[in-house]
Structures are given as C-alpha cells and as structure tokens.
Design a binder for this molecule. Structure first.
Ligand code: FE2
Length: 319
C-alpha cells in the first residue's frame, strides 16, 4: 500500500463523458482510491476562484465575528471559536449554501451596510463548481457499482454545507491537535486549503498508519468519503479516520460537504448484498446520525457507524 493519498487529474474533465474510455479510466481510478483510502487528491481546473475566496476569508477572520454571529459551541451552526475540544479552530458554517438567498443573508451579516457582492459571487461559484465535481464523483461510483437507477433519487437526499475554517498556530504549551481523530458522520466532503505548503490534514490508512495529506498543486482538493456513503455502499468504500495536526503557521481551509437531508433513510441497495458481501448496515435515518453522535459524545460515549447501525451489533443486541 502506497504511503501517499492517490492523485487524480480532472483538469480536462470536459473530455470525460460517461461511457467513453477516459471516463472509464478515471472512474476506475476514483473507485480504487475510495475503496483503498476513502479519499483522493483531485486536481481541478483553474475556474474555481479558490485563491480569491481565501484572500477574502483572511480579511473576514479579522472581523469581530463573535459580535456578528454570537459564539455557537455547536460546530454545525453559525460561528464557533474557543471550543475546548478544538481550541485552535475558528469556524463559520454556511448551511444550505446553494439554496436561494442563503449566501446573501450570510454576506449581509458580515457587511450589513456596504452592499458587498464579491464575497457572495465567490462563494456561489466555488460551491457550484465543487457541487458539480462531487456529483461527477458520485456518478462514477454509482456507475462502477451498477447503481445508476439509484442516482437521481440519491442526488435529492443531500444538502450542501460550506465550512470556512481558520486554525491558529498553537502556543508553546498548547496542544498541536487542530482536530482530534474522527470519521465524518455525513455523506462526503471536498476539502481545500489556502497554501499548499502548510500541511496539517492526516488520514489513517487501512494499516493504521497516519499519512500526511499533501496538496501537491494550487489546484488541489481532497475528496473524502464519510460514514453515510460507506454505509450506503455496504462498506465497499472506505471512510478514513482523519485528524489535523498543526505546525507553527496558521492554516485556512474550506470544507464543502454533502449532508443527509432530514428523513433520508440510508439503505444498502439489494444489488450490493450477496454471499460474498453480506449486509453490514441496517437502514437508518442519515440526518439523525450526527446529532446522536454529538449528544453521546457529550456523555463521553463515542458512537461509530458499526455501533449505530452495524448488523452484527444489532443482532447481538437482540439475542
Ligand atoms: Fe472531518
């Protein structure tokens, strides 16, 4: 097993058409990477206004954000800082980022009088481009698994969320852990960071080794499988444990996530269950998984996908 997350070049993605040779090659690379590592580095074209958005983001983190948003200790809502579990992180969330009016509302909180439009335009373009890329990855996975019939339905089951994140460098006596080890409890995330040389993200491979995730180019993004996608594929895709370890420099990153819509029942398609692949996960409401995880974590209990909906756990509970 390579000690490096695979890199896949999508900068000529307009040449990828379902069924053509380039599509099949890219699809197989994507599937193999997600099966082995649960993630890959994607090189995407320069039309995504990533650098300009990061420049804006650096300005915004100099605002008094606590005054503008309040300080939510719920990492999924609004603005969070000084969370004792992740003290180095400051984070803003734009939930339902692609829904009409959401970005403008967020922008109006940041600039209530100036009529700022550049930020809104950048966030919208960035989010739309990554949403399109995420759709393509999902199409490739479904294509590989022969699940095309499920694609339309599956597309309707996710909401989009953009997390805007700053990590400060730790003080000398402080922890260097930006985010402790965890798996994501949602569907998938596409990560980026402002400076390809300021590393921090690490994923654990299947052998239990921590790998530094390298952003090898200014056009790099990391596609990361979350627990709900692993469950839907009956464990075919790997969902990697990951963490952030800080060096001496501050770090900015963005996570564009697909999260399960309320009431979305994640159920393994029957096509993915046979003698060689017994059913691993019971159906569950994907939108309830993360809130349950967070509420249990407050009591010191760490819920995993297996303990939440694993077939073997549920059977042993019955007996
Ligand atoms: Fe994560």
């Amino acid at each position: 097993m390579d000690l490096k997350v695979p890199t896949i070049d999508f900068r000529k993605s307009s040449e990828l058409e379902k069924g053509n040779e380039k599509w099949n090659l890219a699809r197989d690379e994507v599937y193999k990477a997600l099966e082995e590592y649960g993630c890959f580095e994607a090189l995407l074209d320069g039309e995504i206004p990533k650098e300009r958005l990061y420049e804006k983001l650096k300005q915004i983190f100099n605002f008094n954000l606590e005054k503008k948003f309040g300080n939510s200790q719920n990492v999924l809502v609004g603005y969070t800082r000084d969370n004792p579990r992740i003290p180095l992180q400051e984070r803003m969330i734009i939930d339902n980022v692609l829904n009409h009016g959401v970005i403008d509302n967020f922008s109006n909180i940041l600039w209530p009088h100036e009529g700022e439009t550049e930020f809104s335009d950048l966030v919208l373009t960035y989010s739309k481009k990554l949403s399109e890329f995420g759709d393509m990855v999902r199409r490739m996975v479904f294509d590989k698994l022969g699940l095309e019939n499920y694609l339309d339905e599956h597309k309707k089951t996710g909401d989009c969320l953009l997390a805007l994140i700053k990590y400060r460098a730790p003080k000398s006596e402080e922890t260097n852990v930006g985010v402790p080890p965890h798996t994501d409890k949602i569907i998938s995330t596409i990560l980026s960071q402002h400076d390809q040389h300021v590393n921090g993200l690490q994923i654990m491979n299947k052998n239990g080794q921590w790998l530094d995730v390298q952003y090898s180019s200014p056009h790099s993004y990391i596609f990361l499988v979350s627990d709900c996608l692993k469950a839907f594929t009956n464990g075919r895709l790997h969902c990697p444990t990951h963490r952030v370890i800080m060096g001496n420099e501050e770090r900015y990153s963005m996570g564009f996530s697909t999260i399960p819509k309320e009431g979305y029942i994640i159920k393994v398609p029957e096509e993915l269950v046979d003698d060689d692949h017994p059913l691993l996960y019971m159906p569950f409401d994907g939108s309830k998984y993360l809130p349950f995880y967070l509420s249990e974590a407050k009591r010191g209990i760490f819920v995993t996908l297996e303990s939440f909906c694993g077939v073997s756990v549920n059977i042993s509970n019955l007996s």
